[in-house]
Design a protein around this ligand. Structure first.
Ligand code: ZN
Length: 406
């Protein structure tokens, strides 16, 4: 089952009954957290058993189903707390500060046509919440294959979970093999009809720039606020959140562009398996070559592909940057932008790596019976799947199948 959370803004201010409900819910969660920690339980059912009666008395005005989902939220909080304790991190008994509430799908009604939520507060008292519905939201509301999951209510917005069964991936007619680098995805597109192979590129140079900029800013903040640890920490955290938002926005754009291309060509996507890769410890090195955006990009690609039924294959990247795809020789170093082999083969080193990933996928039988001959490689053509100029700011709606031949 795949779940996609979609954020909606509220069209009007939250009615006061709903505000009280949020506060009640937070109180119930915090009470359940304390009860759960004391009794050493985390599951919703166990919490239900030990705390339901007490909380029913304490919150006589709350709809019983909301109380049960308060146990679920509390269970999550306790699990996080336990994980921290197990790791030996010093922490206090958790207290939920943020106003929020969660409702199970039976505990609310959504009119998918008008975007109006009917939320019960207590017996005989319901509130209606009007959502702002854009074209993006319509896509989810109008899709009857999606069922509604839980609803999360926050003071200024609503998050609705849409669920669907994972569609079976199609049988690939071509392969898009991608090597993931700090500033770009470089790869090769192989079509079973034309038997040719074309290098492809999706560039995101601004991700590294953003990371660098925010890193510098954090350094400056730490120096400037050295006398005030609390402020420094708060500002740094804010800086980190901003960085994450800005980077993730770009990664989503890249993933969308790559996947809409793959979907149009009925390609399987080959990626390197990044799990288990570690760089040598060293503060500066760790940061500059931070794997995080690359892993995040893979996560986004895999998730979106699953949602659309695009097959994704992950292969072991060992030697992919040092091997010659023609004669199979493994080189000692991987310096320089060009991969040059004694047998006469030479190619951009990133694209060469993607050829090796492709060959691994083919030899493992993961590319749907597709074959590839390095001799058919077209060096002179480069397909750009994505570049920053295609970003929303300069080109609205610029993400749908942007394949230009340059
Ligand atoms: Zn060679």
């Amino acid at each position: 089952m795949l779940i996609k959370g979609v954020v909606f803004r509220l069209d009007t201010d939250l009615p006061s009954e709903a505000k009280y409900l949020l506060e009640d819910f937070r109180l119930a969660v915090n009470n359940a957290v304390r009860a759960g920690i004391q009794a050493r339980v985390t599951s919703r059912n166990a919490l239900n058993r030990i705390a339901y009666k007490d909380l029913c008395q304490e919150h006589p005005r709350m709809y019983a189903k909301h109380l049960v989902s308060a146990f679920e939220v509390a269970g999550g909080v306790i699990k996080n707390y336990r994980r921290r304790v197990r790791k030996g991190v010093a922490c206090r008994i958790p207290y939920v500060k943020r106003l929020m509430m969660k409702a199970e799908n039976q505990a609310y009604k959504l009119d998918r046509e008008s975007g109006i939520i009917d939320l019960p507060i207590r017996a005989g008292c319901h509130v209606k919440l009007k959502l702002v519905v854009s074209q993006y939201h319509r896509k989810y509301l109008g899709d009857t294959a999606l069922s509604l999951g839980s609803l999360t209510l926050l003071p200024d917005r609503v998050i609705i979970a849409f669920r669907k069964g994972a569609p079976a991936p199609y049988t690939p007619a071509s392969v898009l093999s991608l090597d993931t680098n700090e500033r770009s995805l470089d790869g090769v597109f192989v079509d079973s009809h034309s038997e040719g192979a074309v290098p492809v590129k999706a560039e995101f140079p601004d991700v590294a720039i953003i990371q660098q900029r925010h890193h510098d800013r954090r350094r400056r903040l730490q120096k400037k606020k050295a006398h005030d640890r609390r402020t420094s920490r708060r500002l740094c955290r804010r800086e980190g959140t901003r960085e994450r938002h800005r980077v993730e926005y770009r990664l989503h754009q890249v993933a969308d562009a790559v996947l809409s291309f793959a979907e149009g060509k009925k390609s399987a996507v080959v990626l390197e398996d990044l799990t288990g890769i570690r760089y040598k410890r060293g503060k500066d090195m760790n940061r500059r070559l931070s794997l995080w955006p690359r892993r995040k990009l893979h996560q986004i690609i895999e998730y979106k592909a699953q949602w659309k039924g695009i097959p994704v294959v992950k292969v072991d990247p060992s030697y992919s940057s040092r091997k010659c795809p023609v004669c199979g020789r493994i080189q000692d170093s991987r310096m320089g932008t060009e991969f040059v082999c004694d047998c006469g083969w030479h190619l951009d080193r990133h694209i060469n790596a993607s050829l090796n990933l492709l060959q691994t996928a083919i030899s493992n039988g993961m590319a749907g019976g597709l074959r590839f001959d390095p001799g058919a490689f077209q060096h002179d053509v480069m397909m750009i799947l994505y570049e920053p100029a295609m970003a929303a700011r300069s080109e609205p709606n610029g993400t749908s199948c942007d394949c230009e031949v340059t």
